[in-house]
Design a binder for this molecule. Sequence first.
Ligand SMILES: Nc1nc2c(c(=O)[nH]1)N[C@H]1C(S)=C(S)[C@@H](COP(=O)(O)O)O[C@H]1N2
Ligand SMILES: [Mo]
Length: 320
Amino acid sequence: MLIGNRKDIPYSEVTPKNLYLNRRKFLSSAAAAGTAFLAGQPITDLLASPAQAGRGKKLEGIKKSSLSANEKINPFDDVTNYNNFYEFGTAKDEPAKYAKNFKTYPWTVKVEGEVNKPELFDIDTILKMAPLEERIYRLRCVEAWSVVIPWVGFSLSELIRRVEPTSKAKFVAFETFFDMKQMPRARFAGIPFPYVEGLRMDEAMHPLTLLCVGMYGEALPNQDGAPVRIVVPWKYGFKSIKSIVKIRFQEKQPPTTWGLSAPNEYGFYSNVNPNVDHPRWSQATERRLGEFFKRKTLPFNGYADQVAQLYSGMDLKKYY
Ligand SMILES: Nc1nc2c(c(=O)[nH]1)N[C@H]1C(S)=C(S)[C@@H](COP(=O)(O)O)O[C@H]1N2
Ligand SMILES: [Mo]
C-alpha cells in the first residue's frame, strides 16, 4: 500500500505474484548451493532470504472450526515471505527478513477504556483464554491480492466478554507495538506509527472476527504479527492489525493509520467491495497468491451471508 504519488513502488508490487514467488524459490536454492558475495556482502542478505528456517512453536489442542472456508490453502513458505508489515519495511519480502529478531515474549496486551474490568493480559493468559480453533480464512489485500491461511485463535468476543464493556463502548481501538530500535525501517514507511486500527463494537463481537495467535498449527511467525493479531476476513487486509499491545473501548470512532495517511483512499469500514474501487486499484478482481489468472472479488470477500446484515441500511459507497 502506498500513499499519494510515491514512485518507489516495490518490485513485489509490479511483478506477477507467481514470477515473484519463483524468483524467491530460485534465490533460496541458489543460496543453498553456495553463498555468493557482492561488494563483500552476501547476496542472500541483500535479497529476500526465506523465513522457513525457524518454524514456530507447535500449538496444542487445536480444534477444527465450522467457520472455515473450503478452499485450497496457500503454502506456508509463500505467505510468510509475502507480507505487509510496514514497521519492518514496505517491500513484501522485508518483514520476513527484518522481523526475525523481533522480541515477542514476554508480551502483554492492555485492555482499557469503557469496560468494567480493565486488565493487562499476559500472552500466556490469552493463549489459555478459550479453546484454540483452526479457521481457514481468505484474506484480501486492498492491493488486489489474496491468500488462504489456516489461522489459529478464537473469536475476539471471548476476550471482550471477559472485560465487560459498558454501554458507552461503541467502538474498539487497537494499537500495534512500536519501537524504532527494533523497527528501524519504520522510518522510511511514510505512515505514522504506532499502527492503529478500529472496529465498530458489533464487528468486533462478530464470531468471524478472530483473535489470532497462530497459523499452520504453530505460533504466529513474527512477520505475520506475533504474538497476537486480529483477522477480520470480510475487510481489506489492513484492518487485520498485527502484534497488538493495546485494545481500547470507546464511544467515538477511533482513527486508523491508513485513514490518517490518505483519508480519501481508506475508509473506516473498508469492507471488501468489488463495486467500490480504490483510487489506484480496481477492486473488481484479485490475484490469489501463487496463481496466474485473476479471480472475481466477492462482496465482503465471500462472507456476505454472515456479515452483510451488520451494514443493512448503510450506503456502502459513502461508508467505504
Ligand atoms: N501493525 C501492522 N499491521 C498490519 C499491517 C502493517 O503494516 N502493520 N499491514 C496490514 C496489511 S495491509 C495486510 S494485507 C495484512 C497482511 O497480513 P499477512 O502479512 O499476515 O498476510 O496485515 C495488516 N496488518
Ligand atoms: Mo493489505
